[in-house]
Design a protein around this ligand. Structure first.
Ligand code: BJW
Length: 241
C-alpha cells in the first residue's frame, strides 16, 4: 500500500438514510430484539429458528428492491475511483450497499447477509438470497439444518483482522463513518491508527461517538451530507499532491 492510502471504517449510520435500521438508539434493531437471543452462537444453538428468522427478514428487506446506496456510499465509490492511492473500505455492515455503489475494495468484518455458511464444512455460499429454513439443505453435505448466516456474532472472531491492522498501519487517513464505537475490535481501530501509523484520524457521524475524543478531525451531521463534502475536499487536496 503506498503512502497516500486511506482506510475507511463504516458502520450502520452510513446505511441509515438508505432505510436500513441502525442497532443502538431509538428505533434501532436492539430495541426490538435481545442481543442474547439473536446475535450469539449460544442463541443459535438454543433457538435456531428465531435467529434464522431475524436474518431471513433482514435479507428479504435488503433484496426487496427498495433499498439503494445513498450519497455517502456513492461518494466513497468515487473516492476509490479517483484517489491516486489505495482506498480500503472496512465495513461492519452486512448489507451490500458499498458494492452496489461501485466500491471494489471492501472487507465485511462482520460478514454478509448475502452469504450462508455450512457449519459442518465451513463452505461459504455467495450470493445467498433465499430464507434459510429448518428444511433447507446444504449442497456440500446434503443435510438439512447445517446452514447458518455468514455473520459474526458476539464472541466470534471478526473476519480479515490481520489484513486490516496492516492496512491501518500503512495508511495516511483513517476515516470512521456512522459507527457508535461500542463494538470491538472495530472500536479499537482508531487507537491502532494513533499508535501505529501517521494517519490523520477523522470521524464523520450524526453525533459525537463514544470515541470522538480520539479523532483529530470530526464533522457531525447526516452521512449523505458530511461524507460527500469531506470527500470532495480530499479529492481537491489530491490534485495538489
Ligand atoms: C448516523 C446516521 C446518519 C445514525 N448519518 N451517522 C468487554 C469489553 C470489550 C470488548 C468486549 C467486552 N465483552 C465482550 C467484548 C467483545 C465484543 C464487544 O465488543 N462487546 C461490546 C458490546 C462490549 N465483541 C465481539 O464479541 C466481537 N468479537 C470479538 O471480539 O472476538 C474476539 C477478539 C479478540 C481480540 C481481537 C479480536 C477479536 C464480535 C462482534 C460482532 C458484532 N456483531 C454485530 C451483529 C452482527 C451483524 C448484524 O447482525 O448485522 O454487528 S453487533 C452490531 O454492532 C453489528 C454492528 O456491525 C456492530 C456495530 O454497530 P454500529 O455499526 O456502530 O451501529 P450502531 O447502531 O451502534 O451505531 C450507529 C451510529 O451511526 C451511531 O453513532 C449514530 O449516531 C450514527 N448514525 N444515523 C451518520 N444518517
Amino acid at each position: 500500500m503506498n503512502s497516500s492510502s486511506i482506510v475507511v471504517l463504516t458502520g450502520a449510520g452510513v446505511s441509515a438514510e438508505s432505510g436500513i435500521e441502525t442497532f443502538r438508539g431509538p428505533k434501532g434493531l436492539w430495541e426490538g430484539h435481545s442481543i442474547d437471543e439473536v446475535a450469539t452462537p449460544e442463541a443459535f444453538l438454543k433457538n435456531p429458528k428465531k435467529v434464522q428468522t431475524f436474518y431471513n427478514e433482514r435479507r428479504k428487506k435488503l433484496l426487496m428492491g427498495s433499498v439503494f446506496p445513498n450519497k455517502a456510499h456513492l461518494a466513497l465509490a468515487k473516492l476509490e475511483a479517483k484517489w491516486p492511492g489505495t482506498v480500503l473500505i472496512v465495513t461492519q455492515n452486512v448489507d451490500n450497499l458499498h458494492e452496489l455503489a461501485g466500491s471494489k475494495n471492501v472487507l465485511h468484518i462482520h460478514g454478509s447477509l448475502l452469504e450462508a455458511r455450512c457449519t459442518q464444512t465451513d463452505k461459504v455460499y455467495f450470493p445467498w438470497k433465499e430464507a434459510i429454513l429448518k428444511t433447507t439443505k446444504c449442497a456440500c453435505c446434503d443435510l438439512a439444518g447445517t446452514l447458518r448466516p455468514n455473520i459474526v456474532w458476539f464472541g466470534e472472531m471478526p473476519f480479515e483482522l490481520p489484513r486490516i491492522f496492516e492496512a491501518i498501519e500503512q495508511s495516511s487517513w483513517f476515516i470512521s463513518i456512522g459507527t457508535s464505537g461500542q463494538v470491538y475490535p472495530a472500536a479499537g481501530f482508531v487507537e491502532h491508527a494513533r499508535l501505529h501509523s501517521k494517519a490523520t484520524t477523522v470521524e464523520l457521524n450524526l453525533e459525537p461517538s463514544m470515541l470522538s475524543h480520539l479523532f483529530a478531525d470530526k464533522h457531525y451531521g447526516p452521512a449523505t451530507e458530511t461524507v460527500p463534502d469531506y470527500i470532495e475536499g480530499l479529492l481537491l487536496e489530491s490534485t495538489s499532491m
